[in-house]
Ligand binder design. Sequence first.
Ligand code: R5P
Length: 290
Amino acid sequence: MIVPGSSSQLLAAALADDTGRPLATATYDRFPDGETIAAVPAFDGDEATVVATTDSDSAWVELLQLQDAVREAGATHVTTVIPYMGYARQDESFADGQPVSARAMARAISTGTDRVVLVNPHETAVTDFYSVPVDIVDAASVLADPLSALTDPLFLAPDEGAIGIAETVRDAYGTGETDYFEKHRDRETGAVDVSPSDATVSGRDVVVVDDIVATGSTMSEAVGVLTDRGAERIVAACVHPMLAANAVTKLRNAGVDRIVGTDTIERGCSVVSVAPALAETLVADAVAGE
Ligand code: R5P
């Protein structure tokens, strides 16, 4: 049984199709005092896969409730798929008195599941915070699917940490150079500046690839440099299109022609799905567990 969180209903449905498993009609309500109450209907079988992106604090609460609800409904084996793991970027204590938030979230999630599946977490080391087995699905290659007929393409990471994901998309596209910018983020203000590489971009199509676009500061700074240097078309591609606040406008004003994201966070630009990659992992886990 696939059990969707409220923010992952399209992805959960695609996953149900791809795995042949039934899709539960979960419900998401609130009590008058504002507390969340998520629930699942009774179902046959003893296995449940909760699919819930955690792109907000309420999504975390809902996920914990769904994990508990499926146990109440009779599941004895629970898999938790977190397509986008929020708080993963808080993977250390950045100042005295601050928590390691990713660890706190992982500990809570581990109490209600037998297994966790994450899609392109910001740092793979977050898996160490879980006390149950964790699979990581690298779904970045799917970002190449909507790209067509690029002119002398350059796949550019806006910081060094994203070079691997840029190479994955280039490899899936089949041709093109890769490069990266140096990034500096002011921890106080959140302001980002990038130091350009020497890559020639004039007249070329550039695909800027990152794991996540959150405020859009990183991506729009990189895109601004590319626009100034005469790039032909600029595509902003990311696995997790958080696109918080005015990120879309920032990207457009910087010169982005197209935003391409997956459905780990369901947005208007989520034109490709991570469901096939997730289905492969879930089916392999099921076979291994037999
Ligand atoms: C940082 O290492 C990440 O890969 C992203 O570049 C960053 O988290 C994006 O955040 P924002 O959109 O707020 O600049």
